[in-house]
Every structure is written in C-alpha cells, then in structure tokens.
Design a protein around this ligand. Structure first.
Ligand code: G3H
Ligand code: 13P
Ligand code: NA
Ligand code: ZN
Length: 308
C-alpha cells in the first residue's frame, strides 16, 4: 500500500526512523519488498534521477508497482530522490509518487526558497509530499576531503525560516554526513550540536538524513579480498549515531551506498569462487537474499521493524 511519508513520520517522530532505500534494479526491488514484508516495517522506496534514466521512469515505476501488488502487505511511500523541476514535473504527471524531493541545496538560500516554494505548490496541488534540502553535505567523498568549513552545514538559524518560507513538508539537513562509501575519517561524525539546535528551532518537524549508509568495513575487506579495490579506513554512519539522530527528529535515513557495496561483494566473491559460471540468476538470487537480510537488520536498528 502506497502512503504519504507524513503518515509514517507522524508515528515515528522522536522514537524510530524510516529507511529510505534507493532502488534501480529488479533484485533491489525484490529484496527491499521482501524485507519490509517479512519484518512488517514501513519503508520509503526512492528513485534518483540516475535510476530513472537507467531503467526509464516507466519501467522503474511499473516494477515497483508490480512488487506492491505482489506484496500487498508492504506499507511504503514512493519518493523521488534529489529531483529538480523537470524530474518533479514528470514524476507528478506520472501519478505514482507520494513524495518528491526538490534539491536546490547548492543554490544560495533565497534562490533555494524560490525554487522550493514553486515545487511545493505544484506538488501540494496533487496531494504529494515535498522534501527540501538546506545545507550542502560535506565530509570525505570520492578521494576529495571537502573542507570542514561551517558554511557547508545547515545553519540552524536558517532552518525554521526556510521551512516557514517554503511550506515544505520535511527538511534534509547537512550535519556532517556525505554521500558515498567514504564519509568520516578519524574521529569525525555527525554534528549533534547542530542537529539538536535545528530540532529545537523546528520542534516536531520531520528531518531527513542523507548519506545514511553504515558502510560495513567487513564488506569492504571482502570486496578487496575478492579482487576489488575499495579504499579502507573511512567509515559510515554508526548504529549509535543513527539512534541518537532519531531522538533528535531524524525521521528518514537515506541508504544507497550499502546496497551497492553489498552488490559488489556478492558478485565479486561469486565470480572469484565460480569462474566457470555465467548465469546472472545464480548470483542474482544470492544478492536478493543478502539484501533482504541487510534491509531487515537496518529496519531493526532504526526501530521500524513491526511498525507497519
Ligand atoms: O543520493 C544519491 C545517491 O547516492 C546517488 O545515486 O547514482 O542513482 O544518482 P544515483
Ligand atoms: P549513502 O551514500 O550514504 O547511501 O546516501 C544515500 C542518499 O543520501 C541518497 O539520497
Ligand atoms: Na530524498
Ligand atoms: Zn542524498
């Protein structure tokens, strides 16, 4: 059953969080739906513009729609991740998304407000929920250490003003996480001082954590053992950080990298151990099963298991 995220957020705020999982393949759709069904966890299924371009919006949303019919017990929101005006227009015409993100976070705040407000009124006309973003994710990403300058974090004093000016329904904030497999090095981590300040200025308002993957070091080691070359040493978001963030109003935790890392580990190990194999169904089955396990663990850690 497709629901709007606010149905989920009204229930979880302050107590647990909803995993928002990026999908773009059949195996990922199957793994996430099975996990959500088995553990009775509400979930947000999300698709990036890259995923929509890869599979085509028609095929991608049809695949998700078919899974929803096949697993009717699964309670989920369908969300467009990191959209711009044209992605959102297209997603709204499509009529399947219950939620969209307008990501104008790289623009100056006044321009971000103008662009976000426009998308909010367009989406709200159709009853669709809108996530917006304020602040630019920073951290260690793709070999580049983004300068730890305060200006990349969401300024708490801007957050309430931004929400009031735009009418957005949830807010993605930059509190130290980044996209990808290399988030924190040394003793870096989520800036809870900033997060707490934002929550105090927006009490009860759902906050969103991008870059929420945990990036299991054992998985990176296994990938490298099987011939990969993932850089080790950096870390993702820890379970303790997730728990604390939830207490401070984070309702949605975005996860994409963990699925990619898992895919790479399963397939590298499989083909290293079975060099004679060439049937995609064999490792495909393994990936679906492993992904189901990973998602169930995530739902449990977020406190969402049993809540659907
Ligand atoms: O937040 C965005 C994702 O991690 C990037 O995913 O490669 O499908 O755009 P993408
Ligand atoms: P990760 O790279 O940590 O999986 O973050 C995903 C994300 O924020 C998608 O919007
Ligand atoms: Na999003
Ligand atoms: Zn993101």
């Amino acid at each position: 059953m497709v629901v709007r995220p606010d149905v989920l957020f009204n229930h979880c705020y302050g107590n647990y969080a909803i995993a928002a999982i990026n999908v773009f393949t059949l195996e990922q759709v199957l793994g996430v739906f099975r996990a959500a069904g088995v553990s009775r966890s509400p979930v947000i299924i999300q698709t990036t513009p890259v995923a929509r371009e890869y599979a085509s919006p028609t095929v991608l949303t049809a695949m998700i729609g078919a899974a929803a019919q096949f697993y009717p017990e699964v309670v989920f929101a369908l969300h467009l991740d990191h959209g711009n005006e044209s992605h959102i227009t297209e997603a709204l015409q499509y009529g399947k998304y219950s939620s969209v993100m307008i990501d104008a976070s790289h623009d100056p705040i006044e321009q971000n407000i103008v662009r976000t407000r426009k998308m909010v009124s367009m989406a709200h006309e159709r009853g669709v929920f809108v996530e917006a973003e304020l602040g630019v994710l920073s951290g260690v990403e793709d070999q580049v250490a983004v300068a730890e300058s305060e200006s990349t974090y969401t300024r708490p004093e801007d957050a309430a003003y931004f929400v009031e000016q735009t009418g957005c329904d949830s807010l993605a904030i930059a509190v130290g996480t980044s996209h990808g497999a290399y988030k924190f090095s040394g003793d870096q981590g989520i800036r809870f001082d900033i997060l707490r300040d934002i929550q105090q200025r927006l009490p009860g308002f759902p906050l969103v954590l991008h870059g929420g993957s945990s990036v299991n070091p054992d998985e990176l080691a296994r990938i490298n053992q099987a011939g990969g070359r993932m850089r080790q040493g950096a870390r993702g978001v820890s379970d303790e950080e997730i728990l604390q963030a939830t207490a401070y109003g984070i309702c949605k935790v975005n996860v994409a990298t963990d699925l990619r890392v898992l895919w790479t580990r399963v397939h590298r190990e499989f083909f290293a151990m079975h060099p004679e194999q060439f049937d995609p169904i064999v490792p495909g089955r393994m990936y679906v099963a492993e992904l189901e396990k990973l998602c169930i663990e995530k739902f449990e850690k977020l406190g969402a298991a049993g809540k659907a």
